[in-house]
Design a protein around this ligand. Sequence first.
Ligand code: FE
Ligand code: FE
Ligand code: ZN
Length: 271
Amino acid sequence: MSIAKGLIQTVKRAVEMQANTMQIFSRNPRGSSYTSYEKSEIKEFRRVLKENHFGPVLAHAPYTMNLAGSDRVYEFACQVIRDDIIRMEELEIDYLVFHPGSHTGIGTEQGIDRIVAGLNQAITGSEKIMVLLETMSGKGTEIGVSFEELKAIRERVSHPERIGICLDTCHIFSAGYDIVNHLEQVLEEFDQILGLDLLKTIHFNDSMMAFGSRKDRHAVIGEGQIGWEALMAILIHPKLKSLPFYLETPLDDQGHKEEIARIKEDYYSYV
Ligand code: FE
Ligand code: FE
Ligand code: ZN
């Protein structure tokens, strides 16, 4: 994943890694600054994506954006989500994913109230981009740790048709969804509570932390507590295999290139 600076350069790096989709940050992930793009740059960006047959590009909102936070933090988050929906729509990006937020003491219910209000002031209903809620590990006071919490957000917004889900394999594992031993049941539960049609993207990560630990530390595929077999079972699952998968593993470009090659090699031995 990289900061959306030098868009073309970013796509070219992904092409070089033999990727066929990618995630970018909508702006500086740990701050507020962002780049404005020239029309010509956007055009070239779309051309390179098309030329390389890329799947849907995913934009990730900054970590500093907390819609469940108290006043100042909340106001900043409202502006960021409002602006980034417009900015990413200009790039013709398919999905903008964000961490629902941390309530930092006001409680889950009130936190969800804020998230809903924050989304409502940003989403007009006429945009093409979909805003995705990410499944969270549940560290600290994070909201979005259960499918029920995500549902509570979605069903209360004014334009639920613009809201989908991004499932992070590391996060749901550390949140206590047993994707290693009971993948079918987890998918069944997701389907019953949210509906699998809302699942648009997968953040494909192993986890350094134990099952149910509620800690968020990504590991390289096959080197964590989820393990290679369980992750491949997710990748090839009939209900998931047509979705775009995004690696957020702790590697550099060369490492990602090798990781993608390993995954592809194994993938083609199953299909
Ligand atoms: Fe994330
Ligand atoms: Fe993620
Ligand atoms: Zn994470």
